[in-house]
Design a binder for this molecule. Sequence first.
Ligand code: FAD
Length: 481
Amino acid sequence: SKSLVWFRRDLRAFDHAALHHALTSSNSVYCAFIYDNTILDSLPRADRRVEFIHACLAELDAELRQLGGGLIVRHADAVEAIPTLAAELGVEAVFVNGDYEPQAIARDAQVAARLQAQGRRFVSYKDQVIFEKSEVLTLAGQNFSVFTPYKNAWLKRMAAEPDCVVAYAVEPHAARFAPPVGEERLPTLGQIGFEPTNLSALSIPTGMSGAAQLFEDFIGRIADYGEARNYPAVKGPSYLSVHLRFGTLSLRHLVRTVTQLIARGAGGEGAPVWLSELIWRDFYAMILYNHPHVVERAFKPAYDAIAFETGPDADELFAAWCEGRTGYPLVDAAMAQLNQTGYMHNRLRMVTACFLIKDLGIDWRRGEAYFALHLNDFDLSSNNGGWQWASSSGCDAQPYFRIFNPVTQSEKFDAKGKFIRRYLPQLDALSDKEIHAPWTVPPMVLAQKKIVLGRDYPAPLVRHDEARARTLERYAVVKAS
Ligand code: FAD
């Protein structure tokens, strides 16, 4: 029998649930990736994610060729292309790894229906999370909406079912992989209608080899993660998010490695904290799957009553935030990091999101959409979870009256202004103390340092104490409900 493995956000040729099951249940396995027009058409022509995928596919194809197969790559509407390809190849089944985003679920349902009409099967496996859908439940059999008890139940279940992190072997049985039909070549970036970005200049490692390299580097410093992850100027986190997004590594492998470290008493204080972050990822995927309304609305309905700022003034505030012109150095440096690299440190995601919502009074959905467009690791569930956390409207979110002060956050987490100086060199002459709030520096001192507010760097858009008061008023509708 013949089958087709449709790769989507699982761009690797090892420990791969769909590939493993296809190889163990069919004689001949084809592999395909579709550059889906329904996704690509809405993106700007220079997009780091598309270029990242393009690089990953080259490595995946080479690896599959080593195993006796190869990748068929098409540029089309996936709902049409997969059933067409399945018919051309005469496969009996299409194997995929499941996706939990509402649009992907709808797309897969359409593909499955078309395949069924042709007499073919569509088979989906769990792969991108450890526990999916409603696998982790409260004692009363409900889905969790608070993280800590979810995490405890998750850890308990993993301890009880160690098989859940065992690798899905991809054996190199040459006879079982079918090479692409004809002389198919992978399309160039230009052929799919995209232009190169600064991705290669950023030296973000791509593909399975890039992911492995980053993970190896991170494991060497995981013990310090708990503390180091808070400081944006420090190499604290793993930088694996884009690889988790596109599946160039196996989450099971990460979890297995880290739990083994913990069991051996290695990995210091950092390893359990990092495992916790991976569990947050599962948590938000579970929330999105069970509560798809979060894509449009607040997780907690009472928060839909909040009236955010609208109109031209709000548009101007939003544009200033996007372009890093708020006058708050930590916020502006963070937005520069996002705009220039497609990455933003986790603490800064929290700071910039809170600033947009609670200092500028702008609807969280606008910030969410901006992140979605610019983050290399954009993942609907984690991005939405992060933004609803910041707007206090999500599950287990920051209480609305706890509002980050962008200056104290800066003094605490970038005390010497090292991160700020990296992205805002025009402020370099300011002292470690001055750099967090340039408007508080006497104009004479600024002049000596050749900095004019409004010329070299913006004056602050809002006063934090006033903005804070406005936000408490705005959010009062929640308390009243
Ligand atoms: P590490 O600190 O090394 O963490 C390891 C992995 O754990 C990450 O790669 C990620 O998969 C997961 N993780 C860590 N923190 C979180 C979290 N809070 N929620 C869910 N998973 C987490 N993460 C995304 O992957 N995509 C997004 O689109 C995204 N948007 C965010 C938006 C906001 C407003 C906020 C506050 C957070 C967002 N995050 C998002 C979560 C987090 O900021 C990133 O996962 C992290 O900064 C990625 O860097 P890293 O891989 O070096 O992280």
